[in-house]
Design a protein around this ligand. Structure first.
Ligand code: NAD
Length: 292
């Protein structure tokens, strides 16, 4: 598959929705699949809301919004993705879930279709080995929020062929994003550096060195970060943060990547950050309130 027209997205959450959004704006036809029609509809409603907000803030013309909306449709069944030239899996960061998806998905895809994953941390080579097409499997790692963030990491598995890499490069360039190439090691480049910093911020909170507000203010004003690390963790999703730390810990066998017990506790509570209304901040009121 050297030319792509239709993109399939598996997982209509924050990332899948964002990838659908930018792909449709770039002129691709987009099919969105998730575990239920409700999830798909919720994802599509979020995309529509985000596109409308871009128009309201003058970043997008109404004509472009309308065209993008027309480019995106629901794929209620996995078999609907047979029409896609490139399928991007953006489901929950859990290797067992991703494996199950590939086992179901691969027999239904066009044999020449390229399969990509948006995983933040899991080995591309290992995921590729679960599919029927390791040579046409690649990591296309978008940043959150996709419509705003300029970077995309491309990660080749050991078997990824040159044509797949070139198609992925062309696709990302079409989205007007900047590519950085990472070798296939746990968490790639951005998260290998970012997540230990976030985990350390959570240890700083856990050990009582500072409050949520003190830690975020310190890093915003003291290190010139646009967002504090705890605010950023809530934004990424604490389940995703924990999962990435576990991949680093398991993959590199170094105790410096030990997930902070406080992060584990928040995830066990279901306080996963913005997406569930509560994390290091409580988002259920008018303004976010620190939870510690
Ligand atoms: P999310 O929780 O917002 O969305 C995940 C979606 O996957 C949900 O809608 C869920 O219903 C769906 N899903 C779960 N099992 C499924 C299945 N069997 N079939 C189809 N859909 C299924 O998570 P997210 O933040 O969008 O993360 C998705 C992926 O993107 C993960 O691999 C994550 O590591 C990666 N990622 C996340 C970020 C971030 O900042 N959140 C950044 C880059 C990459």
């Amino acid at each position: 598959m050297s030319k792509i027209g239709t993109i399939g997205i598996v997982g209509a959450g924050q990332m899948g929705g964002g990838i659908a959004h930018v792909s449709a704006l770039a002129g691709y036809k987009v099919l969105v699949y998730d575990v239920s029609s409700e999830r798909i509809e919720k994802g599509l409603a979020t995309i529509n809301g985000n596109l409308a907000r871009q128009v309201a803030s003058g970043k997008l013309e109404e004509k472009a919004r309308k065209a993008a909306v027309e480019h995106i449709s629901a794929a209620p069944a996995m078999s609907d993705l047979a029409a896609a030239d490139l399928v991007i899996e953006a489901a929950t960061e859990d290797e067992a879930i991703k494996r199950k998806i590939y086992a179901q998905l691969c027999p239904q895809l066009n044999p020449t279709a390229i399969l990509a994953t948006n995983t933040s941390s899991i080995s591309i080579t290992r995921l590729a080995a679960q599919t029927d097409r390791p040579e046409r499997f690649i990591g296309i790692h978008f940043m959150n929020p996709v419509p705003v963030m300029k970077l995309v990491e491309l990660v080749r598995g050991i078997a990824t062929d040159d044509q797949t890499f070139d198609v992925a490069k062309t696709y990302v360039k079409q989205l007007e994003k900047t590519i950085t190439v990472s070798e296939d090691f746990p968490a790639f480049i951005v998260n290998r550096i970012l997540l230990p910093m976030i985990n350390e911020a959570i240890y700083t909170l856990y050990e009582g060195v500072g409050t949520v507000e003190a830690i975020d203010t310190a890093m915003k004003l003291g290190a010139n970060h646009p967002m504090g690390p705890l605010q950023l963790a809530d934004f990424i999703g604490l389940d995703t943060c924990l999962s990435i730390m576990q991949v680093l810990h398991d993959g590199l066998s170094d105790s410096k990547y030990r997930p902070c017990p406080l992060l584990v506790k928040y995830v066990e509570a279901g306080w996963l950050g913005r997406k569930t209304g509560r994390g290091f901040y409580d988002y259920r009121g008018e303004t976010p309130v620190p939870t510690r």
